[in-house]
Write a protein that binds this ligand. Structure first.
Ligand code: GUN
Length: 278
């Protein structure tokens, strides 16, 4: 068996085109603000890509780049200013933030209806009880990728490896909402392979290059690789793609799988933020 590749780049392009057409018909441009603190190269790259995608879709974009030594109060003031700004419908505070800043406090300061990332505890709590308002972009993109296979999620056994607030936890909730039976695995899970080998749907978000090998994957599984690891200057996923594709029925590539979907979902979330205040 050779798995079909789930082409996230193509799907994301289609969604971005649809968003662009929608934006053309609006009388107000969707306003999205990015806040980047410090000089983390990966964060700079991510924000640069999101900024470009937003502009291409016809959004009003503001990028605020603050120095590494920015203090918490200064950042809180900026968040507050963006909360009040009527041109801005959604904002993204790029994570991680420097050590002197309490990430939780900053995320809580974002008005829930301007939280394009869906990271504010109000949005997370709503999702937990099935009231999906703003869903984090990466998990939302992962669900669209799985749904694009046409395979019915209901009743499937889904295993999520990784329990981050950004990916693992929310994607497990979304899979459960679609009636999958979900197991969450993490760094302290004993006998990981016992779980992964049973998974009809396997989502991997641990940030370690090629940890999921072919002998850990069930024949015919759908495998979603959220990893973005730099190895010898190359981007590599958490899944040993070349070998796992011989076992799986569908697999997302890195790059070109989840990453492009995250950006498209972020733009979609901004439109949803806009709807929440109308
Ligand atoms: N850092 C890594 N991924 C993300 C994301 O989706 N949003 C934000 N704000 N920061 C991140």
């Amino acid at each position: 068996m050779t798995a079909k590749i789930i082409d996230g780049k193509k799907l994301a392009e289609k969604i971005r085109k649809e968003i662009k057409e929608k934006v053309k018909k609006l009388d107000v441009k969707p306003g999205l603000a990015f806040v980047l603190v410090g000089n983390n190269p990966a964060s700079q790259l991510y924000v640069g890509n999101k900024d470009k995608a937003g502009k291409e879709a016809g959004f009003y974009i503001e990028t605020h780049h603050l120095p590494e030594n920015t203090d918490q109060l200064k950042l809180l003031n900026l968040v507050d200013k963006l909360n009040q700004d009527r041109k801005i419908h959604g904002m993204i505070i790029q994570l991680p933030l420097p050590k002197q800043i309490d990430e939780k406090l900053i995320i809580e300061a974002i008005l829930p209806h301007k939280d394009a990332d869906g990271f504010n505890p109000i949005n997370v709590g709503n999702m937990l009880i099935g009231n999906n308002l703003i869903i984090p972009a990466t998990p939302k993109g992962i669900m669209k990728l799985i749904e694009s296979t046409g395979v019915n999620i209901e009743g499937k056994y889904a295993v999520v490896v990784g329990r981050s607030n950004i990916v693992g936890k929310p994607v497990s909730i979304l899979l459960q909402q679609k009636n999958a039976t979900v197991t969450m695995c993490h760094s302290r899970t004993k006998h990981l392979v016992q779980y992964t080998k049973q998974a009809d749907i396997l989502v991997v978000a641990v940030g370690k290059a090629k940890v999921i090998k072919a002998d850990m994957v069930k024949k015919g599984a759908i495998v979603v690789d959220v990893g973005t690891n730099k190895v010898n200057g190359r981007l590599v996923g958490d899944v040993d793609f070349d070998n796992v594709k011989k076992v799986a029925s569908y697999i997302t590539p890195v790059p070109g799988g989840v990453g492009p979907m995250t950006i498209a979902m972020l733009l979609e979330n901004t439109l949803e933020c806009m709807d929440l205040i109308r």
